[in-house]
Write a protein that binds this ligand. Structure first.
Ligand code: GUN
Ligand code: ZN
Length: 429
């Protein structure tokens, strides 16, 4: 039998959205313990009590560290690791000049595998234990990513991008080929270990209506497979969609018409939606990935948290590397806070941490496995160090409340603040 281990330290986990109402939706123990065995969480609660109840087991004391569920990045591109921070005027210029050329190389399995390993190392360093990941159009890119993630026993979601028009020749599939590739990839990887497949039409402009329709048909045939794309990020992109799909009421309506709006579907950005779009999205069960560093970097616009909340639309936090400028979910929370500020809205630190953990798990339909610290869940967790830098240590001494401490981690923290990352109870950082 696997050894039982108690991790002690401060401990925070969410049961719901702190933005939802007045009742506390989180558990916090200043002196807490997390009991882990066989890669699963056995118990969580006040440290002294739990240690008495489990006398004799191994104790790993994280001191002043804060134990949290691992971060979940709802939207990220692993092939764009090598062109993060490349510049670019706006989305379409950046795609043409940097993203598409970089992605051409991922038909080569060895290249894809090398980048996938670096990318996963980086996620572990940043405390991101689950991510929803785009590959390139090449099936080999998804294959390499899944193999790397499987070896590490990670809970990851990924898919090859579907693109059958409006991109360079080396980045195009066909509607028919993609269906065959999707069936093969889903069969091989969806539900293999902790992996999940995402049907990933890159965005409406690079798919024909036929390809979107085939993707939608597969999304209906495999209801527990994920759906992942981009939506309403940039105004020039939206004009282009209007020209390409003149019959659609809106950009969102293009995906809706193809049958791609449903539970377990995530649309990155969702900045320029109208009220009808938001209501439709909420009703469909699909959710948005809020990508603040990318939206600021590419000048795409400000995600409207209040309007999304008012419509009852789900959203979770995401880096969108390489349009995003940081792999760090802490740095991403800081930018999310600023995006709210620019619109006269508020993003409480507790809610920012919720958006980086349980919100992602809920949106992915995986909250019974990951995203919080509760008995029976998978033991993917991290430890934040309050003294990671001289400034953080100094400033933390003046932080009296949990909320103040979280604010400091999100505003001043990055990978240095992630003291440890655990995957299924095993330390990987
Ligand atoms: N829309 C279509 N492709 C992309 C991409 O690679 N990054 C971002 N941010 N938006 C996109
Ligand atoms: Zn993206």
């Amino acid at each position: 039998m696997d050894a039982w281990t108690a991790h002690t330290g401060a401990l925070l986990s969410f049961r719901g959205d702190p933005g939802e109402g007045d009742a506390p939706t989180w558990d916090y123990w200043e002196h807490g313990a997390l009991i882990v065995a066989g890669g699963r969480i056995e118990a969580v609660g006040p440290g002294p009590e739990l240690l008495r109840a489990h006398a004799g087991i191994t104790v790993v004391d994280h001191g002043a560290g804060l134990i949290l569920p691992g971060f979940i990045d709802a939207h990220i591109h692993y092939p764009q690791t090598d062109m993060i921070a490349a510049g670019g005027r706006d989305l379409l210029d950046w795609l043409t000049r940097y993203a598409f050329p970089t992605e051409q190389a991922f038909g080569a399995a060895a290249h894809a595998a090398e980048v996938a390993e670096f990318f996963l190392d980086e996620l572990m360093r940043q405390g991101t234990t689950t991510a929803q990941v785009l590959g390139t159009v090449h099936a080999a890119s998804a294959e390499a990513f899944f193999q790397a993630a499987a070896r590490r026993r990670l809970r990851m979601i990924a898919g090859k991008s579907l693109m059958d028009r409006n991109a360079p020749a080396g980045l195009l599939d066909t509607a028919a080929d993609c269906e065959r590739e999707l069936r093969e990839l889903i069969g091989r990887w969806h539900g293999h270990g902790r992996l999940g497949y995402a049907i990933t039409p890159r965005f409406a402009p690079t798919s024909t209506p036929e390809q979107l329709a085939r993707a939608g048909a597969l999304a209906r045939e495999f209801p527990d497979v994920f759906v992942h794309s981009h939506l309403a990020e940039n105004v020039r992109e939206i004009e282009w969609v209007r020209e390409l799909f003149p019959g659609a009421r809106s950009y969102l309506d293009v995906y809706d018409g193809a049958g791609l709006l449903r539970e377990r579907a995530t649309y990155a950005h969702c900045i320029h939606l109208d009220a009808a779009d938001r209501i439709r999205m909420a009703a469909s069960g699909a959710g948005a990935a809020f990508c603040p560093t990318s939206n600021l970097y590419l000048g795409s616009g400000l995600f409207d948290l209040a309007a999304s909340d008012a419509a009852g639309m789900r959203f979770a936090l995401a880096t969108d590397v390489g349009g995003g400028t940081s792999f760090s979910m802490l740095a991403t929370m800081a930018e999310a806070w600023k995006v709210a500020q620019l619109q006269g809205q508020r993003l409480a630190p507790l809610r920012a941490f919720y958006l980086a953990t349980l919100a992602g798990a809920r949106q992915l339909g995986l909250a019974d496995r990951i995203g919080s610290l509760a008995p029976g869940l998978e033991a993917d967790f991290i430890v934040l160090d309050p003294e990671a830098t001289p400034l953080l240590a100094r400033r933390m001494r003046r932080a009296a409340t949990l909320s103040e401490r979280l604010m400091l981690w999100m505003m001043l923290g990055d990978d240095r603040a992630v003291a440890a990352t655990y995957i299924l109870g095993e330390r990987v950082k």
